[in-house]
Ligand binder design. Sequence first.
Ligand SMILES: Cc1ncc(COP(=O)(O)O)c(C=O)c1O
Length: 340
Amino acid sequence: MTDEASSPVYDESTIFETPLLELDVDVPGTVYGKAEWYNLYSAPHGGGSVKSRIAKGMLDGAERRGDLEPDATIIEPTSGNTGSELARLATARGYDVEIVLPDNASGGKIDAIRDAGATLHFVDADRGYDAVIDRCEERIAADPDGYYRPNQYENPDNPGTHERTTAAELYEQTDGEITHFVAGAGTGGTVTGTGRGLHDRGDVTVVGFEPAEALHAIDGLKYLKTGDHYHPETYDESVLDHKEYVSTQRAYDRARALRNRYQDTDIRVHDTGQHDRKTVTDHLRVDGQFVVGTSSGAGIQAVHQLADAGALDETSVIAVMLYDRGDKYADIPLWESYLS
Ligand SMILES: Cc1ncc(COP(=O)(O)O)c(C=O)c1O
């Protein structure tokens, strides 16, 4: 076992049951944000993220099925969050971990993976994300018995964890009043699993969004619109009732508008999830600012696009994922001039 094993910052009991914030967004209806950095909230570099959920779900599933030998090296291609969350949980459970990621991943995510004790392999980001997946497959081919790849792009435990947890939480935290769920697609696990779980529970419109541009800078999302791109098996588009395409510039503008809105105003915490109010308050802001990641800004933009299309009214109850906090993006154009 590594030092991390005894470290409270990687305490798995803090995963799931994240807080729900009520956001002041200028659209008809009520907009809630699911604040996912409260998963592993006390971990360095911005806490955890939406990916803490599936890292736990995929490791638990593999151990339960006996797929994971104790001496296996876990390897995964990722744009960052799955890498840091797998690295944190798996090294704490005693496994070796290798993460393959594009060389433009944000510094906060790289540091989080490194701090957890995993080995990093960088791939030239200009070669596109599919090259990251290819590099991972090459390493596994060289030692097929030594590696275990959770494979967030194909693993049913990815959407399955969201179906079991995120959907149930959102339904309960909104007292069953949720009418719209809005989430972006990287692996598609969040929108697919949560969407399925919400459809099972009530009359909820599931809205997916994807980057509008091939060369986008919305961390965690995968461009799929045109061309020959790998389509994740975990992204079941039949679950979506509607899809929006979001540009990087608008995503960044919305994230910054949210920061400006809460510059001098308290953020309404609708439900604290598994945490006490002080824990929630202590981890809401960074340097006094409410900063979220790029894909969270994209989600707010998708909500605006729905409103512009006339799809929302005063009775709408919209839940949007706030995938991670802005600390991870202190070195990219979104927040570099805001965070020291
Ligand atoms: C910051 C961020 N936002 C959104 C997503 C998309 O989530 P999913 O892979 O469940 O589609 C990811 C996935 O990596 C992410 O890291």
